[in-house]
Design a protein. Structure first.
Length: 249
């Protein structure tokens, strides 16, 4: 499993997931990270259990814009996934920076175009869990970075969401612990906009397969999302938040 170091998130509980971009509103305590990607799910894991996810906006090109909001002056880890709804071709990429694997911003920042891998056949994934073994380094001006672990309870350098606790080559985020047909990443049993596996003890009925209470991954986010609907190659959205026709994120 790849070793990338993360940080412990800040208590800025909210973020919004939106199909085709972020629907969050910037505040004096938050900053926006923007950029372009080839059609992608973008997640931020931050200190104090802050979590957010957005999907890039399909603008008909191969550089889809995205915007995600994070707390200022807080260590955050970014993870980006192409082909999210195609398990055989999914490519999960951790983002790194010049001085480490986590980013801290105190103002809005543009990461520019991020050349994520679209073809799983070309991805460097020796253990077969669809998480690229080497984080993709992105150059960013006006930010600081470090290797302080974030949301990494077992200290292995990987955010807990993308560990593979039962060694079945499926990251925890894409398991279906309650067997309802929806992966943990988008499963919102109580309809509050937060993935169950990122919530606290109120969701311990959805403990993961290795018997670890998902409360260890409590995110404390107030995300209001559409469960991560995704960009299609045909430029249309199937409106149910699970676009199975997507082949490149």
């Amino acid at each position: 499993m790849k070793k990338v170091i993360l940080i412990s998130l800040i208590a800025a509980p909210f973020l919004i997931v939106g199909c085709g971009g972020s629907s969050s509103t910037s505040t004096s305590t938050n900053a926006k990270i923007t950029g372009t990607v080839p059609g992608t799910l973008i997640e931020a894991f931050c200190d104090n259990n802050y979590y957010a996810q957005v999907t890039s906006t399909n603008n008909g090109t191969n550089q889809h814009p995205f915007e995600i909001e994070v707390p200022k002056n807080t260590n955050c880890r970014l993870v980006m996934t192409t082909n999210e709804n195609d398990p055989a071709n999914r490519v999960i990429t951790e983002i790194a920076f010049s001085n480490g694997s986590t980013i801290t911003v105190n103002a809005d920042v543009d990461l520019g175009n991020i050349p994520l891998e679209l073809s799983y056949q070309n991805a460097d994934d020796r253990d077969g869990d669809h998480v690229v073994d080497t984080p993709l380094q992105v150059n960013a001006n006006g930010v600081s970075s470090s290797n302080t672990p974030v949301q990494d309870a077992n200290g292995n350098g990987m955010v807990d969401a993308y560990d593979d606790d039962d060694n079945d080559n499926i990251p925890n985020a894409y398991e279906d612990d309650d067997r309802d047909g929806t992966p943990n990443l988008h499963d919102d049993s109580d309809g509050n906009g937060e993935p169950d596996y990122m919530e606290g003890n109120e969701h311990n009925e959805n403990d993961n397969d290795m018997g670890t209470d998902n409360g260890s991954n409590d995110s404390g986010m107030n995300e209001s999302n559409d469960d991560g609907s995704h960009d299609n190659n045909d430029g249309t959205d199937d409106n149910d938040g699970h676009d199975n026709n997507e082949t490149n994120g």
